[in-house]
Design a protein around this ligand. Structure first.
Ligand code: BG6
Ligand code: MG
Length: 213
């Protein structure tokens, strides 16, 4: 039976969470909004608009202002992306992708980010993936199941035969809703709902993941 592995990007393939944090932090400082690294954890895996909503913590702003703030943060984030190289792949990623490809597994990306494609290009890992789902692919992003279902459809693999690799609570929830097995990357309090929890792809073997099916 064909199997698909679907990877989140930020926090699984590369660690762009720090750049998202610095982008939001600069905007928050400019606008006098308190924002800490701890607050940033709540933004992991959710869309740009939902990130802004969480950053505002109930403060009300006009739609035009919201648009300008999101664009400004994105410009700051894009500046960081300029410096990304294949060196920024997290430990073990390339070996894991090689091993999965060797095993005949179809690979896809499911990222809430509208910057996913340029990031993948800069990391030079595009050829591994048959399908790249990003922040433009579906209307309802994580924690809705839609993006994972969209990627599974593109891979031509049943959702029940896909395994997701996720570092965010919203992403784990989305994958479970899609009826997929989930490998959670990160601490128990964040990805505790996953079927298998680990510290990163460098600690995982493909067989171990296949055994989840
Ligand atoms: C996710 C990140 O991958 O993409 C979130 O984990 C981010 O932190 C989201 O908010 C949206 O990213 P972008 O690049 O479209 O602003
Ligand atoms: Mg992530």
């Amino acid at each position: 039976m064909p199997i698909g592995f679907i990877f989140d990007l930020d926090g699984v393939i590369t660690d762009t969470a720090e750049y998202h944090y610095r982008g939001w932090k600069r905007l928050a400082d400019e606008e006098g909004i308190p924002f800490t690294r701890e607050d940033n954890e709540q933004l992991r895996g959710v869309s740009r608009r939902e990130s802004l909503r969480r950053l505002l913590k109930g403060r009300q702003i006009d739609e035009a202002v919201a648009e300008e703030w999101m664009a400004r943060k994105n410009n700051y984030y894009r500046e960081f992306l300029e410096s990304i190289t294949p060196q920024e792949l997290l430990p073990g990623v390339r070996d894991f992708l090689d091993a999965a490809t060797e095993a005949g597994i179809k690979l896809g990306i499911a990222s809430a980010s509208r910057n996913a494609k340029p990031v993948i290009e800069r990391l030079q890992v595009g050829p591994y993936f048959d399908v790249i789902g990003d922040g433009y692919s579906v209307v309802n992003t994580k924690p809705a199941a839609d993006l994972f279902v969209w990627v599974a459809g593109g891979l031509g693999i049943n959702t029940a035969d896909c395994v997701v690799f996720e570092d965010a609570e919203a992403g784990v929830a989305a994958a479970l809703r899609a009826g997929m097995r989930v490998v959670g990357i990160g601490p128990e309090e964040r990805v505790g709902e996953a079927h298998l929890i680990c510290g990163g792809l460098h600690t995982l073997a493909v067989d171990q993941v296949l055994a989840l099916q």
